[in-house]
Structure formats: C-alpha cells, structure tokens
Design a protein around this ligand. Structure first.
Ligand code: PNS
Length: 183
C-alpha cells in the first residue's frame, strides 16, 4: 500500500499551541506529515523562514514521520514534489470557513488529486492566531499556555533589544521594531 502523506501548510509566524495541537492529532493518522512553511510571503513576517523551520523542527522532532520543509510557489506543486494528496488545515471558527473553502476548491481545481482535510483544534486554542500572539507579546500580555517555550524565547529576542532584557514577565513594546505585527 502506498504511503499516506499529508501536508500541513502555513505561515507559522510563529507556530503556536493551536498548530501544535493539530500536528499531534495528524501524526497518528498519516504515515508522513510534511509541515510546509510558506517561504515567499508578500506580507512581512516577524520570523525568517530559517528561524521558523528551526523552531518547528525543534518542537516536532520527537514525532516519528514528521518532517518540516519550506516551500514557495503553488502549494499543489509542492504537494506533487513530495508525493502528497492531502492538505490538512485547521478550522478554528466559522470565520475561517470562507477563506479555507476557497483555498480548498482552488487547490482541487489546480490539481484534482489534492483533497483538503479540515481539523478542529482543541477548544481552548480556537481563538488563537499567530497575529494575536505577536500583538499580545509586543504589548506585554501573558502568553503562557498558548505558545511553546522556544517561541517565547525567540519573541523575547525579537522584541527586546539586546542589553535591555528584563526578568519581568511584563514587557513594553519594542519601539521601532521593523518586524512589528501587522493588523
Ligand atoms: O497559515 P496561513 O498563512 O493561513 O497559510 C496560507 C497558505 C500558506 C496555506 C496559503 O497561502 C498557500 O497555500 N500559499 C501558497 C500559494 C498558493 O498555492 N496559493 C493558492 C492557494 S489556493
């Protein structure tokens, strides 16, 4: 029987516990799970692709059959390259549905072999997004239980200029930081 390979694509800027929850749900379902980090985004990212790959690899290396790669261009072309037919996407709320439905249908139109599987994350992560993670951190909010420690460590490095790192969990926004979160 051929290997069941699924691709979980995203920006992952940064990865958070909602993403990780989905990955843990997928691992037992497929022989191989390829976490595909979008490399050529038009929108400005806080973390470089290399940083995102490094963080995610660190977090998922314990999962057998899970690999992390970057891609650019069409997702369906990347899927062909890795021999996958299944795209996994998380659906947090009804508000995600329209965008996800459009993408699923366009991907199937571009490559009829491709099917999209939607998965629901744990309820406690259903409001979580990478955009909110960056915004809340930059304004000094508490992200405990929402992002893994390696992400918190990198957020500190990005938002707190060298030499001014404080022990307090409250942080002031980093003035003039170029990778500031977008609206
Ligand atoms: O986590 P995100 O940012 O919502 O992920 C979006 C992603 C990476 C899945 C999507 O933008 C994508 O697949 N981009 C690759 C380009 C592409 O194939 N575009 C057509 C999609 S229908």
């Amino acid at each position: 029987m051929s290997e069941r390979i699924a691709v979980y694509p995203g920006s992952f800027d940064p990865i958070h516990n909602g993403h990780l929850d989905l990955i843990e749900r997928c691992v037992p379902l497929y022989d191989r799970l390829v976490i595909a980090v979008l490399g050529n985004e038009a929108k400005r990212a806080l973390f470089s692709v290399d940083e995102r790959l490094e963080i995610i690899r660190e977090l998922v290396c314990r999962h057998h059959g899970c690999v992390v790669e970057s891609f650019s261009g069409l997702l369906v072309d990347f899927m062909d390259r890795v021999g996958a037919r299944i795209v996994v996407r998380g659906l947090r709320a009804v508000s995600d549905f329209e965008y996800e439905f459009q993408m699923a249908l366009m991907n199937r139109r571009l490559n009829p072999r491709v099917e999209t599987v939607f998965m629901a994350p744990k309820e406690e992560y259903s409001y979580l997004s990478s955009r909110l993670v960056k915004e809340v951190f930059s304004l000094g909010g508490d992200l405990s239980g929402l992002v893994p420690e390696p992400v918190l460590a990198r957020l500190r490095r990005h938002f707190e200029p060298a030499g001014s790192r404080r022990r307090s969990s409250r942080r002031a926004p980093a003035a003039g930081k170029t990778g500031a979160p977008e609206g």
